[in-house]
Design a protein around this ligand. Structure first.
Ligand SMILES: Nc1nc2c(ncn2[C@@H]2O[C@H](COP(=O)(O)OP(=O)(O)OP(=O)(O)O)[C@@H](O)[C@H]2O)c(=O)[nH]1
Ligand SMILES: [Mg+2]
Length: 333
């Protein structure tokens, strides 16, 4: 028999959590940046109530343009994002920026640069910047970034820009949640174009060759063209190549124009929804995988996995039946 007092307490907590959320949502939708920051932290740290918050926010999302920008370390991504943000603000559009920091050895100085720029924007509530450096975070970096983007979107930001360093699968996953993906390359990368191309080439809707003040911009352009000629995109769009010198703000207008052009192409060809559904298919698989894995973990007792692993290693057990057994139990719950 459940204790009536505990039941009351549970109901009370649930109701107050719910009204807390309503208050928070009202505030963040009215442009309150502190409420926005709190909501983002809740989601980022997977605090209790984060899933309820996301459920309540989701209906308000879907209106922002999500722009993903990726490229090698130090390519000038932050500088470009900064200029784009200023440009969009001149058009009176509100901006949210997520700078995903891979917390790797090569960032040190750049983070500082980002911070200085962040400070400059502080006086303008129309630009909200959030750095995330949470590799290995619960649910994965891509998932967290997607959820934070949903919060920014639901808060009514017109544009959400996501900056990531294009080095791994996580980054590819992150840009996959964007409506428009900008891949930033720089001259003198040599074989790097080859290295990066595997994951990144097919996701680029727009190429930027930044640091075009350096020698070799034409060569990079030729390489991109050559790679493009090998693969035709199924949506019929040919990603344009925009040359920029971000540190001087050169070419930023052209980049904004290319972004707008791709957006109107998506609208005209009725591709926006299709692209979004494709992105969601990936994300749903990932969310399901997380949920299933979590349930499996709950099924397993402390140390079970280590014991099973040892048994499989000693060939006392076969892993195929083991996984079948565990997933069958999960399915029954
Ligand atoms: N010469 C030249 N330097 C540039 C250009 N764009 C950016 N820079 C410089 O390159 C350095 C790195 O720029 P960031 O914007 O921090 O690059 P990032 O890609 O965000 O760097 P990470 O986030 O660390 O990967 C800075 O010192 C910029 O001033 C450019 O077009 N030409
Ligand atoms: Mg940066």
């Amino acid at each position: 028999m459940a204790n009536p007092f505990l039941l009351f307490l549970l109901c009370f907590t649930l109701i107050s959590l719910d009204s807390d959320h309503h208050l928070l949502i009202d505030k963040l939708r009215s442009g309150d940046t502190r409420a926005l920051a709190r909501a983002i932290s809740t989601v980022e740290n997977r605090e209790p109530g984060s899933s309820a918050l996301l459920k309540a926010l989701f209906p308000h999302s879907g209106k922002a343009r999500i722009i993903g920008l990726t490229g090698p370390p130090g390519a000038g991504k932050s500088t470009l994002v900064d200029h784009l943000a200023r440009l969009y603000r001149k058009e009176n559009r509100t901006v949210g920026i997520i700078a995903v920091d891979p917390t790797s050895p090569y960032t040190g100085g750049a983070i500082l640069g980002d911070r200085i720029r962040m400070q400059e924007h502080f006086s303008d509530p129309g630009i909200y910047i959030r750095s995330m450096a949470t590799r290995g975070s619960l649910g994965g970096l891509a998932r967290t970034t997607a959820d934070v983007a949903t919060v920014l979107d639901a808060s009514g930001r017109d544009l959400v820009m996501i900056e990531t360093v294009g080095v791994g699968q996580d980054e590819v996953d992150i840009v996959r949640l964007a409506d428009v993906t900008v891949v930033i390359l720089v001259p003198g990368m040599g074989d790097d174009v080859q290295t990066i191309k595997a994951g990144i080439m097919e996701i680029a809707d727009i190429f930027v060759i930044n640091k075009s003040d350096h020698d070799g911009a034409e060569r990079v352009e030729r390489e991109i063209r050559a790679l493009q000629s090998l693969a035709v995109r199924h949506d019929g769009w040919t990603p344009p190549i925009v040359k920029t010198v971000a540190s001087e703000g050169t070419g930023v207008k052209d980049l904004a124009a290319a972004i707008a052009e791709y957006e109107s192409y998506l609208q005209k060809e009725n591709l926006a929804l299709k692209k979004s559904a494709e992105n969601w298919q990936e994300r749903l698989v990932e969310m399901l995988r997380d949920a299933m894995l979590e349930k499996s973990r709950q099924q397993l007792g402390n140390g079970d996995l280590a014991r099973f692993a040892a048994e499989v290693a000693e060939h006392k057990r076969d892993p195929y039946s083991l996984v079948e057994e565990i997933s069958a139990k999960v399915g029954n719950n």
